[in-house]
Design a protein around this ligand. Structure first.
Ligand SMILES: Cc1cc2nc3c(=O)[nH]c(=O)nc-3n(C[C@H](O)[C@H](O)[C@H](O)COP(=O)(O)OP(=O)(O)OC[C@H]3O[C@@H](n4cnc5c(N)ncnc54)[C@H](O)[C@@H]3O)c2cc1C
Length: 448
């Protein structure tokens, strides 16, 4: 750990030390042992030690202002200080629908490394398992990793990583298609400022932190899509019931690889193919097998598992759901983000759900009810405001996570997802960080 950034140029500056930044910095350090890497963290070395004020936004729409900072935690390890650890791969459907500029296979190449980082078994990759032509079993594995507890020592001991805590990056200065340096301010004493220069910069400041920093750096005029298309994962907790046929569910679970050390949370969703054919949003329903009931399904008595359904959906990207800058300032004098966000209308989600539940009944798998109106909340998943794509007209980063128009600036995190599926994002965030480390190794060919 160092007190101040070095005056000499680093090879890499990684801004933000959540799972995206830490997995990237550690992998870069392993790939390029003689590279110098600055890892800059706005909070302290302790989890959740940073100021909530710095993530506080001005909010309009469906989520209250208080929601946002409690889901963007500052301190080494980032938001994993409070996360629940649900992990699964992103649905292929998000790729088949054509919104990602890379293939699912290209992302999937990096899932094994991400599983190791999150201490999850490779058996996770065995899902989804088809139940019938409409439905698949897609369990969540629970990661117990909290980045601060698991990786702070490794970062401190990595000879090529210099960890700078309590420094907030407030702007990136650029010229001639390059970022020249980052402007830093001390998070506990704003009278202290510093600059940090590096060959390559990576933003890993969280889903909204990334777009805010690019906005603060004055890049909106050249990147019109910056901040636009913010997505969450609409969740409904406990406002629904799902009954699933015991015999079918028992068979699927019995055939799924056992994972004694990692708890699994059961979930079903429509198959990717079925969702595409019927133009359905992806959503996943978690269930448990604690409560058996007997009921009549399609005229036959059936034993079914009855659960309070937890419903997680994907949502479309809508330009008006967006982050911009407000006139209000935070305690370091930076402009606060201003977010406008609306969930899809309850009637719209119900349309997809009604199809799902009718098909559940028709296929003899079960039945369910979920009430959306008044029960929608988010998952603390901030997606899409620096989306990946081919052109700066409608995206912010290219297929490698490089910001359009700047040769040495990259973004890592769920802000780059053009479509978020229904899967929780962190496993995919980490997989993309490993992919970026591989890319940067090639780009920085001169560094040994
Ligand atoms: C209650 C809750 C439950 C969750 N449960 C799950 C779950 O079960 N499964 C799942 O996949 N995801 C879950 N998530 C989401 C998960 O925590 C995030 O997807 C993940 O932490 C994002 O990683 P990240 O590294 O991109 O960002 P973060 O973890 O947010 O880290 C960003 C880091 O950047 C730092 N930073 C920000 N701005 C600056 C700046 N300007 N200068 C320097 N540093 C800066 C921050 O201090 C922070 O340390 C949950 C989130 C919440 C809030």
């Amino acid at each position: 750990m160092v007190e101040k950034p070095s005056k000499e140029r680093y090879d890499f500056a990684v801004i933000g030390s959540g799972p995206a930044g830490v997995s990237l910095a550690l992998d870069l350090a392993e790939r390029l042992p003689s590279a110098r890497i600055a890892l800059v963290e706005s909070g302290g070395a302790e989890p959740a030690s940073g100021s909530i004020d710095l993530s506080t936004l001005v909010a309009t729409g469906d989520l209250a202002a208080a929601y946002y900072p409690t889901h963007a935690i500052r301190g080494f390890g980032g938001t994993t200080a409070v996360w629940e650890g649900y992990c699964t791969t992103l649905e292929r459907r998000a790729f088949i629908a054509g919104e990602w500029p890379i293939s699912f296979e290209e992302l999937a190449r990096h899932y094994p490394a991400a599983l190791r980082f999150l201490d999850l078994p490779e058996s996770l990759l065995a899902s989804p398992v088809a139940i019938n032509e409409s439905f698949q079993y897609r369990p969540y594995h629970l990661s117990k990793v909290r980045v601060a507890e698991t990786y702070l020592d490794a970062v401190k001991q990595a000879p090529s990583i210099e960890l700078l805590t309590n420094w907030t990056c407030r702007e990136l200065a650029s010229g001639d298609h390059q970022v020249t340096h980052a402007e830093l301010v001390h998070s506990l004493d704003p009278s202290q400022t510093s600059t940090l220069s590096a060959q390559h910069f990576v933003l890993a400041c969280g889903g909204l932190g990334n777009s805010r920093l690019l906005l603060l750096s004055g890049l909106k005029p050249t990147l019109p899509a910056l901040g636009e298309g913010f997505m969450e994962h609409p969740h409904v907790y406990g406002a629904g019931v799902i009954d699933l046929t015991q015999s079918v569910i028992d068979e699927v679970i019995a055939n799924f690889p056992q994972t004694p050390d990692n708890k699994v949370v059961h979930a079903i969703q429509t198959t990717d193919q079925y969702a595409l054919e019927h133009d359905l949003l992806s959503f996943a329903i978690s269930f448990d097998t604690n409560n058996l009931v007997e009921l009549s399904l399609l005229g036959e008595r059936q034993r079914c598992y009855r659960s309070h359904a937890i419903f997680r959906a994907e949502m479309p990207s809508v330009a008006s759901n967006q982050l911009s800058l407000s006139d209000k300032r935070d305690s370091l004098g930076q402009q606060r983000g201003a977010i406008h966000f609306e969930f899809p209308k309850a009637e719209e989600l119900s349309r997809h759900w009604d199809h799902f539940s009718r098909q559940l009944l028709r296929s003899g798998l079960g039945r369910g009810t979920v009430h959306f109106a008044g029960h929608l909340t988010g998952g603390g998943h901030y997606i899409g405001t620096t989306r990946m794509g081919a052109s700066s007209a409608n995206s912010v980063v290219n297929e490698n996570g490089k910001v359009h128009g700047l040769e040495n600036l990259y973004v890592s995190g769920s802000s780059t997802f053009p479509a978020g599926g229904a899967a929780n994002p962190t496993l995919t965030i980490v997989a993309l960080s490993y992919r970026l480390a591989e890319h940067l190794q090639h780009v920085a060919g001169g560094v040994k």
